[in-house]
Write a protein that binds this ligand. Structure first.
Ligand code: PLP
Length: 387
């Protein structure tokens, strides 16, 4: 479908100018658009003539981002949103109705789970949670009213993976939509639509911006699906701002360079951690010891930038290490040029009770690192002080 390579499209796709021959894309900071005549206004509103009306519906900076991301994900269409959560919420609200049923991965971003259990539940849409990698569990959770599967692969922080092709064989036979949150790998490392998914969701806040500057999100899929999601966004208002669209548009220029560098640093750090006597276990998909290494190698073109490891000394040792680091930012955020370090059991996963933590593999000695783009030797030396 796309004759140009990924990096060329990441830099050239979506380019448009104001007519002033600027080389870098302009930011269209306008809430509304004017018409040449009353007749043109009428034609725009009746959709007889395509074109901009109002920035809650469309904006050239937002269009440029949508067009470029759609090209990189191999999608027919894309709608951008003000954040990743807005993208997930818009998808569910646009495509589902009261009485429908969702099967979702237990191993998802915490706020996605909260969204399903609280706000979505309030609208009479029920949810069953399953272990991400357990294909039988997905299949056995299907009811007559199941409309959508929702998941992230790989999961965070432990890097579990599900076979997207195998799962899509299950959903396609039952006319269930398969929605994959691809924020952790981005299209530079995994393209779920090509593997059989129907919908890709992004928090562009993470690696697509990649530099911690703004919130943004996106939903991708075929034209019929995206038209519905766009209709929801246009009517309810979680549209992406032109300024933030421009930031994430520019982020895409360097996406694959950055993702490859995140992967390279993560592999070196994980390999080193694996040799340290006070480290009990390292969870990184790039290590051959990871139970999902081969599956990840099959469906991803890289293992990503998230490394988790468990210390012998439990929470005391974990806190000591985190506090001893001087380079790492202590924050639960991820997907930044800056490396970040967090203790999942007391932060991102603190809502889980002890049994749920045990199930999810979130031990008190577990530390999660989002490996940034600093020199990896400096990162290793920084961690070594705290071990
Ligand atoms: C951060 C994140 C989200 C939520 O995105 P926001 O932009 O913070 O709203 C959703 N999914 C995943 C996998 C994330 O990491």
């Amino acid at each position: 479908m796309n004759p140009l390579n990924f990096n060329t499209r990441a830099i050239r796709e979506g380019y448009r100018t104001t007519g002033e021959q600027e080389h870098s894309e302009a930011i269209f900071l306008t809430s509304s658009f004017v018409f040449n005549s009353a007749e043109q206004a009428a034609k725009r509103f009746s959709k007889e003539e395509p074109g901009n009306i109002y920035a809650r519906f469309t904006n050239p900076s937002v269009d440029a981002f949508e067009q470029k991301l759609a090209s990189l994900e191999g999608a027919q269409a894309c709608v951008a949103t003000s954040s990743g959560m807005a993208a997930i919420f818009a998808t569910l609200m646009a495509l589902l109705k009261t009485g429908d049923h969702i099967v979702a991965s237990r191993n998802m971003f915490g706020t996605s789970i909260v969204l399903l259990n609280t706000i979505i539940a309030k609208f009479g849409i029920s949810v069953s949670f399953v272990d991400l990698s357990d294909l039988d569990a997905w299949e056995h959770s299907i009811n007559s009213n199941t409309k959508l599967f929702l998941l992230e692969t790989p999961s965070n922080p432990l890097g579990q993976v599900v076979d997207i092709v195998a799962l899509s064989n299950i959903t396609k036979a039952r006319h269930i939509l398969l929605a994959v949150d691809n924020a952790i790998l981005t299209p530079a490392l995994q393209q779920p639509l090509a593997l059989g998914a129907d919908i890709v969701i992004h928090s562009a806040t993470k690696y697509i911006d990649g530099q911690g500057r703004c919130l943004a999100g996106a939903v991708l899929g075929n034209e019929a699906i995206i038209e519905q999601v766009h209709g929801f966004v246009r009517t309810t208002g979680p549209s992406l701002s032109a300024f933030n669209a421009w930031i994430v548009f520019k982020g895409l220029d360097t996406l694959s360079l950055r993702m490859n560098a995140h992967c390279a640093n993560a592999l070196i750090l994980a390999t080193w951690l694996d040799k340290q006597p006070t480290v009990k276990k390292v969870h990184y998909l790039g290590l051959k010891s990871h139970p999902h290494h081969l599956l990840a190698k099959k469906q991803q073109s890289g293992f990503g930038g998230i490394v988790s490891f468990e210390l012998q000394g439990g929470q005391t040792a974990a806190f000591k290490l985190i506090n001893a680091t001087e380079i790492f930012s202590i924050t639960a955020n991820l997907g930044d040029t800056k490396s970040t370090i967090t203790h999942p059991a007391s932060t991102t996963h603190s809502r889980l009770n002890d049994d749920e933590k045990l199930d999810a593999g979130i031990t008190n000695g577990l530390i999660r690192i989002s490996v940034g783009l600093e020199a990896v030797n400096d990162l290793i030396n920084d961690i070594n002080k705290g071990l």
